[in-house]
Write a protein that binds this ligand. Structure first.
Ligand SMILES: Cc1ncc(COP(=O)(O)O)c(C=O)c1O
Length: 470
């Protein structure tokens, strides 16, 4: 059985597939390491300790701190997930109120449940044009943050995601100003923006725009192994002792030296090859967009406030769903995308993509475009969902304790969700445990399933609701 696992994996990796998805190294061995066993050690004398760094790990952290202009940069070996859990734990005590962008990743919702926090939501701006029609959440506005903070004077910190999975960036400087007026910290999930620091034409980093804690997944957009990430701390609003405790709580007590070595290698690469790779990358990306601008039915969608390495392709004018586009690109052209959802699909490009990757991807889209028909006139091609939070009956940690029962989703209106229900990807909850299903939500979720969205938390058309209350 274990051999089956290994042979399946290695056979997959030998296929000639263009990986427009994570991890950011694209299996392009730019940052090579010797045989992994020769580097896999534990905290023996001479190789430092991630949980008490005083030697080589401390040196690496100090170097990163300098490059990122942070007060302190920490290494993460359990992905941005553990960085987000640690950041929220450092800023909130159990029962505290937290201001949260509703389109945050599920790790934020898990932190809220674990700590029994009371979330106050801010809803992303509705985007104009095709991005909005596709249901892609827009930026978080500083004015909304300010309004919610005014209404809730006891909020302990604010948490937002920028860039989003689809590349939408928010005005962090403006948001930081609004949050700091209340002298509370701003946490930014920059999991998808680890490349911003290294590519001059990309958006400014959240660290340089004044966020207090920033989490970046190196593995998503830079040449580093899966699970590698960093957490940046700036300024003086963070209780460092609690942050260190939280990092020790959520990170393995046997942190992988291979992952830490991968972080070191990744930085060595971007530091020394920065201008070379970044220049090539930006050129290749621009060429890709020029080539795909001639698409007639498919469409590569961009907007001003966007990380253009996230390539969003709309199928709204065609007969295809995003999922069908993803399948056709793989079957016919050997191009694997990162995800698809409703009427769009998403490719992720990084500095490790070769010119050949971009070329094959662009050619595949142009060729496919010629063979497609337009969507039938009047056919409902866009699926939008409102990510306005539903009415909340109780907090998620309270719903967790109640007995649950399974019922048909179609009959769930008026019932209280016992588990989070979210569209995956991107993994943003539609209903959080403790919130009440409205008829509109039920209809949208059923429609979402029909439109090709994977709805997690719904099994065979059934959802878990709290047993004792209607
Ligand atoms: C917006 C966002 N934040 C955080 C995470 C978690 O990152 P990681 O996979 O590094 O734990 C993800 C994962 O996809 C994500 O999309």
């Amino acid at each position: 059985m274990s051999n089956h696992f290994f042979t399946t994996l290695s056979q997959y990796c030998k296929k000639d597939i263009v990986p427009m998805h994570m991890p950011g190294h694209k299996r392009n061995p730019l940052c090579t390491m010797p045989d992994p066993y020769s580097l896999d050690v534990t905290e023996v004398p001479g190789v430092d300790d991630l949980h008490h760094p005083v030697e080589m790990i401390r040196d690496l952290m100090d170097e990163l701190t300098k490059y990122y202009d942070s007060k302190q940069t920490y290494l993460l070996v359990n992905g941005s997930t553990c960085g987000i859990l640690a950041a929220i734990t450092a800023c909130c005590y159990p029962g505290d109120k937290i201001l949260v962008a509703r389109n945050c990743h599920k790790s934020v919702y898990n932190a809220i449940k674990l700590l029994g926090l009371r979330p106050v939501y801010v809803v992303p701006h509705r985007l104009e044009g095709m991005l909005g029609e596709l249901g892609i959440a827009g930026e978080i506005e500083a004015s909304e943050i300010r309004r919610r903070l005014k209404e809730n004077s006891d909020i302990k910190c604010a948490m937002i995601t920028s860039p989003t999975y689809e590349g939408i960036v928010s005005d962090i400087a403006g948001i930081a100003e609004a949050v700091h007026e209340k002298n509370i910290p701003l946490i930014v999930d920059e999991a998808h923006g680890a490349h911003f620091n290294w590519i001059p034409t990309f958006p400014e980093t959240a660290v340089r725009q004044g966020a207090d804690l920033v989490i970046e997944s190196l593995h998503k957009t830079l040449p580093a192994f899966t699970q590698t990430a960093v957490l940046h701390q700036t300024g003086n609003r963070i209780d460092e002792e609690r942050l260190l405790w939280a990092l020790q709580t959520y990170q393995s007590s046997s942190p992988s030296y291979l992952l830490m070595a991968s972080i070191a290698k990744c930085f060595e690469y971007v530091k020394t090859e920065e201008s070379f790779s970044a220049e090539h990358f930006v050129k290749n990306l621009n060429d890709f967009y020029k080539k795909t601008d001639s698409l007639q039915k498919l469409e590569t969608i961009r907007c001003e406030k966007m990380d253009l390495s996230k390539i969003v392709i709309s199928t709204a004018r065609t007969e295809l769903t995003g999922q069908q586009l993803e399948e056709l690109l793989l079957e016919r052209y050997g191009v694997q995308l990162e995800m698809s959802c409703g009427n769009y699909a998403l490719g992720m490009a990084t500095i490790c993509d070769t010119a050949e990757h971009f070329d094959r991807f662009a050619k595949a889209l142009c060729d496919l475009d010629r063979s497609l028909s337009y969507a039938e006139k009047g056919a409902k091609k866009t699926f939008t969902y409102n990510i306005k939070p539903p009415e909340q009956r109780m907090f998620s940690h309270e719903a967790e304790r109640l007995p649950k029962k399974e019922i048909l989703l179609a009959e769930a209106a008026g019932q209280t969700a016992a588990k989070d229900v979210y569209l995956y990807p991107p993994g943003v909850p539609f209903a959080v445990a403790g919130e009440i299903f409205s008829q509109e939500m039920v209809d949208v979720l059923l429609d979402g399933q029909r439109s090709g969205y994977e709805v997690r938390g719904v099994e065979n058309g059934r959802v878990f609701v709290c047993h004792e209350i209607k």
